[in-house]
Design a protein around this ligand. Structure first.
Ligand SMILES: *[C@@H]1O[C@H](CO)[C@@H](O)[C@H](O)[C@H]1NC(C)=O
Ligand SMILES: *[C@@H]1O[C@H](CO)[C@@H](O)[C@H](O)[C@H]1NC(C)=O
Ligand SMILES: *[C@@H]1O[C@H](CO)[C@@H](O)[C@H](O)[C@H]1NC(C)=O
Length: 232
C-alpha cells in the first residue's frame, strides 16, 4: 500500500474503533505513529447504535431537529431526509434525530466496505452492535462492545447479568476466530458472512445474524450526502 493509503486505513481504524487483526483492539488514543504497517489481509469493522452523534435518551425539540437537518443536509435535498425521518413533536424529533445518526454511521461504514471490496481481494467483516451494558444510561455507547469482545466483564465493575456473559461468550468467540483463522465463523456461532454487495450488516449484541444495513430507501440519500464531503 502507498503510505497515504496506509494512513487512510489507520485513520479509519482510529475513527471506527476497529478490532485490529493480531489481537489488539484500538481506540483513537491507542494508535501511534509507529503503527503504519496495518495488515490488509483481514479487516473487521463496525458501529455501535449510540455513537457518532446518536445519543440514547435524547430529548430535543422539533425546531432543533429541523434546524439540524437543514444545516447538515443543506444542498442534498433536505426534504428527502425529513421524509425518511419524519417528526412532528419533541418525542418523534428526538427519535428521528438519533435514528438518522445511527443509520448514517451504519451506511457510511457499509459504503466504505464497498470501496474496500473494489480495491482488495481480502474479506471485510462488518458488524452493528446494539446491546446497552447495564448500570449506565448511554445505551450502546461508543466502544461498549469492547468488554464483550475481550470477554473481560469480570474485570470491569458493572452489574453484569447472565445475558451479558452469554453475549460476551459469542462476541469473544467471533474475535478469537478472526485472530486464529482470519474468519469469525466457527462452531455454535450464527453465520457471519464477509461483506459483499448485498446491503446487509451483521447484527451483534441484542440479536445475531445478517440484517439490512438500513431500511427502505435510506442508503441513496446518504450516499449523495457523503459524496458532497471534502476528501482528505
Ligand atoms: C424534554 O425536555 C423538556 C424541556 O426541558 C421537558 O419539559 C420534558 O419533560 C422532557 N421530556 C422528556 C421525555 O424527558
Ligand atoms: C405525528 O406523526 C404521527 C406518525 O406519522 C402521526 O400518527 C400523528 O397523527 C402525527 N400527529 C400530528 C399532530 O400531526
Ligand atoms: C452475499 O453474501 C450472502 C451470504 O453469503 C449471500 O447469501 C448473497 O447471495 C451474497 N450476495 C451477492 C450479491 O453476492
Amino acid at each position: 500500500m502507498a503510505p497515504s493509503t496506509r494512513w487512510l486505513v489507520m485513520a479509519l481504524y482510529a475513527q471506527l474503533g476497529l478490532a485490529v487483526p493480531g489481537g489488539s483492539s484500538t481506540g483513537s488514543s491507542e494508535v501511534t505513529c509507529t503503527d503504519t504497517e496495518v495488515s490488509t489481509n483481514l479487516l473487521a469493522t463496525g458501529n455501535t447504535k449510540d455513537e457518532s452523534g446518536a445519543s440514547y435518551g435524547l430529548n430535543t425539540t422539533l425546531e432543533t431537529y429541523y434546524s439540524d437537518v437543514n444545516e447538515i443536509y443543506e444542498g442534498v435535498c433536505v426534504h428527502r431526509f425529513l421524509d425518511l425521518y419524519p417528526a412532528n413533536d419533541s418525542i418523534s424529533a428526538s427519535g428521528a434525530e438519533s435514528s438518522q445518526y445511527t443509520d448514517r454511521s451504519k451506511i457510511g461504514t457499509w459504503l466504505w466496505s464497498q470501496m474496500w471490496n473494489e480495491h482488495y481481494d481480502s474479506p471485510v467483516y462488518n458488524y452493528f452492535w446494539d446491546h446497552a451494558p447495564p448500570g449506565q444510561d448511554q445505551g450502546a455507547y461508543h466502544e461498549s462492545e469492547i468488554n464483550y469482545v475481550l470477554n473481560n466483564l469480570y474485570a470491569t465493575d458493572k452489574p453484569w447479568t447472565a445475558e451479558d456473559y452469554a453475549i460476551a461468550k459469542n462476541m469473544n468467540a467471533y474475535w478469537a476466530n478472526i485472530i486464529k483463522t482470519g474468519n469469525p465463523n466457527g462452531k455454535a456461532l450464527v453465520s457471519w458472512p464477509a461483506v459483499n454487495s448485498s446491503e446487509l450488516v451483521q447484527h451483534v449484541g441484542d440479536g445475531w445474524g445478517q440484517i439490512p444495513v438500513a431500511w427502505g430507501r435510506k442508503i441513496d440519500p446518504f450516499k449523495s450526502w457523503f459524496a458532497t464531503l471534502k476528501k482528505y
